[in-house]
Design a protein around this ligand. Structure first.
Ligand code: SF4
Length: 224
């Protein structure tokens, strides 16, 4: 694993600089086996986020999992560990899955964006939501993971995950807890797709218990 030392933030590229980034598609191998994808994502230069992150964080879970959960991006802990959902939000997600009657180790977890976007504040690295452009640049990795895992159900956790599939106008509030229609032409179509909040938003909530219960209720849709 590369050094865990925090690095200094680099300004996001300007519009003209962005035009020079080719999107992740160039780095996605034809072989969509999970080990091949994971090896290749480490070298992706499809947007600027690789420069300021420790490493790419690829999805994790059983190949052929029935359910794929898609979050936003790796957080500070995930960036250092190289694994998705290993921080506090991941712990809450595990508890919520169990409370919804789903074994956490049966689901595949990934993120819409594979490198950690953040700003440095003193010794802390503060999460920064990926831009629409960065989400779009990274989409080929998500679609390749979908092709590798072929889940029956996809759950989009939060607005960024929704936007990675449905485009930049997607909001969770409009679609939460309902079966959605997968957009035509966007990678391999799962049988079912749902959206709910990201577990990190439950952790930040002032009404944490109420929001946790609503999150579990959304996840219960998976066992139907
Ligand atoms: S965030 Fe995605 S597109 Fe950008 S460098 Fe990382 S893997 Fe590539």
């Amino acid at each position: 694993m590369p050094s865990a030392a925090p690095r200094s933030s680099i300004a996001s590229p300007s519009a003209s600089e962005r035009a020079a980034w080719p999107s992740a598609a160039r780095w996605v191998p034809d072989d969509h086996a999970l080990p091949a994808l994971e090896a290749a994502v480490a070298g992706c230069r499809g947007c600027d986020l690789w420069r300021d992150a420790t490493q790419a964080v690829f999805g994790s879970g059983p190949r052929g999992a029935e359910v794929m959960l898609v979050g936003e991006q790796p957080g500070d802990r995930e960036d250092l560990a190289g694994e998705p959902f290993v921080g506090p939000a991941g712990a809450l997600l595990d508890r919520a899955l169990e409370d919804a009657g789903i074994q956490p180790d049966t689901v595949f977890r990934t993120n819409a964006v594979k490198h950690f976007r953040h700003v440095d504040k003193g010794h802390k690295r503060i999460h920064k939501t990926p831009s629409r452009w960065q989400v779009a640049q990274c989409q080929p990795w998500l679609l390749a993971e979908l092709d590798a895992v072929r889940p029956r159900t996809v759950v989009l956790l939060g607005a960024t995950a929704g936007q990675a599939v449905f485009g930049p106008r997607f909001t969770v509030g409009d679609h939460r807890g309902r079966a959605l229609v997968w957009p035509e032409g966007v990678g391999p179509e799962p049988e079912r797709v749902f959206s709910t909040v990201h577990p990190a938003s439950v952790l930040r909530s002032r009404n944490r218990q109420e929001d946790y219960d609503a999150f579990v209720a959304d996840l219960r849709l998976l066992s139907r």
